[in-house]
Design a protein around this ligand. Structure first.
Ligand SMILES: Nc1ncnc2c1ncn2[C@@H]1O[C@H](COP(=O)(O)OP(=O)(O)O)[C@@H](O)[C@H]1O
Ligand SMILES: [Mg+2]
Length: 345
C-alpha cells in the first residue's frame, strides 16, 4: 500500500539485510520451514547467465528429469532441434556447461522432490509466473527454474540492488562481496494463500499481523483467535529469543488443521518489505506496548485491495514496449512460442 503521510525515516542496516538472507536463518529454523536446498556459492557464470538479456534454455532441461513421458512429442521436437541446430545454439548450450554443477543439482533436486519453487537470497520470482503455462512458481524441470529466474524483476533486484535501501552505517564492514549469492530450491507445497500471514515485529514484540494475499476470504474472520494464538506461540517458542534483530517481518503459513506453523520467510522491518494491510507510516508509529492488530480484508473494504499487489510487474516490459510496435510484437510472440514449446518439451 502506498503511504499518503509524510515520509517517516525507517532505518535499515546492511546487517538486517544480511540476517534475512535465506541461508542465514534457514538452518536454525529448519524444522519449521518447508524442505529446502541451498545451492551456494553460485559460480560467476551462473550469475552472468541470470543477469544477461534474453533467455537461453538448456536442451536437456526437461527430458532428463521426466523420463518416459511417452507421448511422442519429445522425439518430434528433438528431431527438429537436431536438424537445424546452428552453431549459435551450440554456443548457447555451452553456457550450461559452465555451471554444470548447479544445473545438475537443480535437475537432481527436482528428480528427488517432483517439483520445486526457486528463490535467491531474499526474493522469489512472484512477478514472473506469467512465463510458465501453469501461471505459478511450480517448477517440474530445470527450464522452468531458469525461465522464472530470468523473467523476474524481483530476482534481478536481489542480484543488483540488494543493499540499495540501506540507510545506516551499521554493519558497514559487511561488504557486498562477502554476501554470497545463493539459489534456494524449496520443495513445492500446495499452499492456500488465504492462510499466509505477515507478522511485523518491533523491539522484539509483535506489533501487527496482516493477511498476505489481499483477497477477501469469508472464512478468516472466525479464525482470528486461532491465527493470533498460533502466531504468538510460534514467535515465543521459535523466533523471539533466537533471531538476531529486534525489528523484522516474518511470513508464516497456517494450514488446516492448525496444528503446525510453517515459517516461509523473514524480511527486514523496512520499506523494502511490503506492508500489506498496514502502511509503513502506521508501522513506524506503533509501539510494542499497544495491543497489536490482526488485519484481514473484510467484506466492507475488499474493493480497496481488489487490485493485485505488484500488478505493475505482472506484464513484462518487453510486452508493454512491443504492444506499441507491431514488428516487435510479432517477434516477441514468436520467441514466446518457442520458449513455451521448449518448456513443454
Ligand atoms: N515450498 C513452497 N511451495 C510452494 N509455494 C511456496 C513455497 N514457499 C513459498 N511459496 C510461495 O511463494 C511466495 C513467496 O515466497 P517468499 O519466500 O515469501 O518470497 P518473497 O520474499 O520474494 O515474497 C509465498 O508467499 C508462498 O505463497
Ligand atoms: Mg520475503
Amino acid at each position: 500500500m502506498s503511504d499518503t503521510h509524510v515520509f517517516e525515516d525507517i532505518p535499515l542496516s546492511r546487517e538486517q539485510v544480511v540476517n534475512c538472507s535465506f541461508s542465514n536463518w534457514y538452518w536454525r529454523y529448519k524444522s519449521h520451514v518447508p524442505k529446502s536446498r541451498v545451492i551456494k556459492p553460485l559460480p560467476q557464470s551462473f550469475m552472468e547467465y541470470l543477469g544477461a538479456d534474453g533467455i537461453v534454455l538448456p536442451e536437456d532441461g526437461h527430458y532428463e528429469v521426466e523420463m518416459g513421458d511417452g507421448d511422442g512429442e519429445y522425439s518430434d521436437w528433438s528431431d527438429e532441434d537436431g536438424a537445424d541446430k546452428t552453431d549459435a545454439s551450440k554456443d548457447q548450450q555451452k553456457v550450461f556447461a559452465q555451471f554444470q554443477d548447479v544445473h545438475d543439482q537443480i535437475k537432481q533436486t527436482i528428480k528427488e522432490w517432483g517439483a520445486v519453487t526457486p528463490k535467491l537470497n531474499w526474493s522469489a520470482p512472484r512477478d514472473a509466473t506469467w512465463i510458465l503455462p501453469s501461471n505459478t512458481m511450480k517448477c517440474t524441470n530445470a527450464s522452468d527454474v531458469y525461465l522464472l529466474l530470468n523473467a523476474s524483476n524481483y530476482v534481478m533486484h536481489d542480484l543488483a540492488h540488494a543493499f540499495d535501501d540501506v540507510t545506516t552505517k551499521e554493519g558497514d564492514e559487511i561488504k557486498e562481496t562477502q554476501t554470497e549469492f545463493e539459489l534456494v530450491l524449496r520443495k513445492w507445497v500446495n499452499i492456500n494463500p488465504a492462510l499466509e500471514f505477515r507478522v511485523f515485529v518491533k523491539q522484539n514484540e509483535i506489533v501487527g499481523i496482516s493477511q498476505r494475499d489481499l483477497n477477501y476470504y469469508d472464512f478468516l474472520k472466525p479464525l482470528e483467535s486461532t491465527i493470533r494464538e498460533l502466531v504468538e506461540t510460534f514467535f515465543d517458542e521459535v523466533l523471539r529469543e533466537t533471531f538476531p534483530d529486534d525489528d523484522y517481518v516474518f511470513d508464516v503459513y497456517l494450514p488446516r488443521p492448525f496444528d503446525k506453523t510453517f515459517l516461509i520467510d523473514i524480511n527486514p522491518f523496512a520499506r523494502v518489505t511490503d506492508s500489506q494491510l498496514f502502511t509503513w507510516h502506521e508501522l513506524s508509529q506503533l509501539t510494542p506496548q499497544d495491543d497489536y492488530e490482526l488485519r484481514l480484508v473484510t467484506e466492507v473494504n475488499k474493493g480497496r485491495f481488489a487490485v493485485k499487489e505488484h500488478t505493475e510487474n505482472q506484464v513484462p516490459k518487453d510486452v508493454v514496449d512491443a504492444s506499441l510496435d507491431s514488428n516487435a510484437m510479432a517477434e516477441l510472440a514468436k520467441q514466446w512460442q518457442e520458449l513455451q514449446m521448449k518448456a513443454e518439451k
